[in-house]
Design a protein around this ligand. Structure first.
Ligand code: ATP
Ligand code: MG
Length: 560
């Protein structure tokens, strides 16, 4: 991998210190997604930080599914997440499921009850919320807080054995209802949910809460540094409480880094799921989705994503990254890798009237002028060709140097042609134009007698391969991104739908060079003047390729 080491950062300093002092012998990290959706570009940062930091110090990283909320989880996600982590180029040490530890979690909860550190509460979820207090005022104790250990044990067993309905009771930690940290005000640690679990089936009808389960999972696996995004910072005291009070032999420590937010990019699984469920997009891997699978289908490479993440760094600040910076890295990665060929997206037929009808010729062309190792290819030319509709104007504005009646341009890699006649249909639309070519002007012949101002690309009509091109714009209109990470309200969840860009997909039909007829999904090209394209894995068929435009060629973005 190109970037095996992380830039200097605060977590790295902690690790270095911990190894030096002998506090830990080997670094063990984990990437702990909840399998309730596909991974997105934000997760790439968490993945990258956990895997590269451990690897850098000779340690290891587990992939652990945090599957403690069966209502939202699915094996489809378990599968896609593994595929995406591998594709990004990371190898986990062990594949684990939080649900593998349900027995141990249950036993640790029993331990808390026995120590008088947890109690069964009959208050409803609403009542618990109402008595929790606010940032300014303390909460109040539940009337059930002083139940005896025996009664708590019996009720907890009853919960486990299915004696109560969903929501009837919860197990709460007994800490301090007046703590300035709301997370320490007797947080719920187990809830009743008669729900089938993708891993444990119907074995359990009670499930641990994330905040209780997570530290236990880390401790069980011997995680040394539990790295997560900043929204978990306030949970750290409870994390430490759980590890200590549950008497876990291994003591992991949590460190937080800033979330990655990219301009015009949603990085919330809930929102992305809504886009999928309401069919605003064509599935989780729609090329407009900021999911890893969407970016892959669009044409991003793992290298581009890793280099982008590397450059955005690890910091505690959660600024919004310029979308152009993300795009910069895919251009950089493909610049020398992708063959540079011609494609005509909105074709206009050109007949070269002085070129013999039975003649054709082949031009030898470099595949990538910046990378001679990519060799050459043959491009055919004959009497009829296609050019872009945009490259011809019957009445040109000032400074239009492409084709118009009486004007001469260079055909890329071929000859100068001059427009003599415009053929229109009954409604006055231009259907074809007639040109003449000058045999003296063949590309590479050293012809200098006169110059032209415009160079346009083209495809030989007799051998053109029809293709579809899908041009994208960001799914979300400018100035919207997921900077706000605390939007939990249902209504806020819906309002972002107003920000969906109605023009995010444009489909056009055109032609590619005959040498490209056998392209397969994930083949990538730079089309002259149009940008970088990737063969789509869903809609492309043999003989009729469909291309996704990954990114256009131009950018005003400059790396600092
Ligand atoms: P949701 O969007 O459903 O709230 P999530 O994005 O937090 O979920 P998890 O499955 O809980 O998804 O995330 C797994 C890990 O990825 C967590 O450790 C989380 O800190 C990290 N993570 C998620 N989003 C980002 C992001 N935008 N930037 C950096 N890390 C992230
Ligand atoms: Mg989360």
């Amino acid at each position: 991998m190109e970037n095996p080491s992380t830039p200097s950062n605060f977590i790295k300093n902690v690790i270095t210190e911990d190894l030096k002092s002998g506090k830990v012998k080997e670094i063990v990290t984990r990437f702990p997604p909840e399998p309730n959706g596909y991974l997105h570009i934000g997760h790439a940062r968490a993945i990258w930080i956990n895997f590269t930091l451990a690897a850098e110090f000779g340690g290891k990283t587990n992939l652990r599914f945090d599957d403690t909320n069966p209502v939202k989880e699915d094996t489809e996600y378990v599968k896609s997440i593994q595929e995406d982590v591998k594709w990004l180029g990371f190898e986990w040490e062990e594949l684990r499921f939080a649900s593998d530890y349900f027995d141990e979690m249950y036993n640790r909860a029993v331990l808390l009850i026995k120590k008088g550190k947890a109690f069964i509460d009959d208050l409803s979820a609403d009542q618990i919320r109402e008595t929790r207090g606010t940032l300014k005022s303390p909460g109040s104790n539940s009337p059930y807080r002083d139940r005896s250990v025996e009664e708590n044990l019996e009720l907890f067993e009853g919960m486990r054995d299915g004696k109560f309905s969903d929501g009837a009771k919860v197990l709460r930690a007994k800490i301090d209802m007046s703590s300035p940290n709301i997370n320490l005000r007797d947080p719920i640690i187990y809830r009743i949910s008669h729900t089938y679990h993708h891993n444990t089936g119907d074995k359990w009808c009670i499930y641990p809460m994330y905040a209780f389960a997570h530290p236990l999972e880390d401790a069980i696996e011997g995680i040394t540094h539990s790295l997560c995004s900043l929204e978990f910072e306030d949970q750290r005291p409870f994390y430490d409480w759980v590890v200590a009070e549950c008497e876990m032999p291994n003591v992991p420590h949590q460190y937080e880094f800033g979330r990655l937010n990219v301009e015009q990019t949603l990085t919330s699984k809930r929102k992305l799921k809504l886009l999928v469920d309401e069919q605003h997009v064509d599935g989780w891997d729609d090329p407009r989705m900021p999911t890893i699978s969407g970016l892959r289908r669009l044409g991003y490479t793992p290298e581009a994503i890793r280099n982008f993440i590397y450059e955005t760094g690890i910091s505690k600040t959660q600024g919004v990254v310029d979308l152009q910076m993300q795009e910069h890295f895919i251009r950089e990665d493909l610049k020398l890798k992708a063959p540079r060929t011609m494609a005509v997206l909105n074709p206009l037929k050109v007949v070269i009237t002085n070129y013999p009808e039975d003649q054709n010729e082949w031009f030898e062309v470099e595949n990538n002028i910046e990378n001679p190792e990519m060799g050459n290819r043959q491009v055919p030319f004959s009497r009829e060709i296609y050019i872009e509709q945009d490259d011809f104007m019957e009445v040109p504005p000032n400074k239009y140097f492409r084709l118009f009646p009486g004007n001469e341009v260079r055909l890329k890699n071929a000859y100068f042609i001059k427009c003599n006649e415009v053929i229109k249909d009954e409604e006055g639309h231009v259907v074809e134009i007639h040109c003449t070519y000058d045999p003296e002007t063949k590309s590479g012949s050293g012809f200098t007698a006169r110059k032209v101002k415009g160079t346009i690309h083209w495809i030989d009509a007799s051998q053109a391969v029809p293709a579809e091109f899908r041009l994208y714009e960001p799914l979300i209109k400018a100035e919207e991104s997921d900077e706000e990470i605390d939007e939990t309200e249902e209504k806020e969840e819906k309002t972002f739908l107003d920000q969906i860009n109605p023009n995010s997909l444009e489909i056009v039909q055109g032609f590619i060079e005959p040498g490209m007829k056998d392209v397969v999904p994930q083949d990538k090209f730079q089309f002259f003047r149009h940008g970088y394209f990737n063969v789509d894995s869903k809609y492309s068929t043999p003989g009729h390729p469909v291309f996704n435009r990954i990114v256009s060629l131009k950018s005003s973005f400059k790396m600092k």
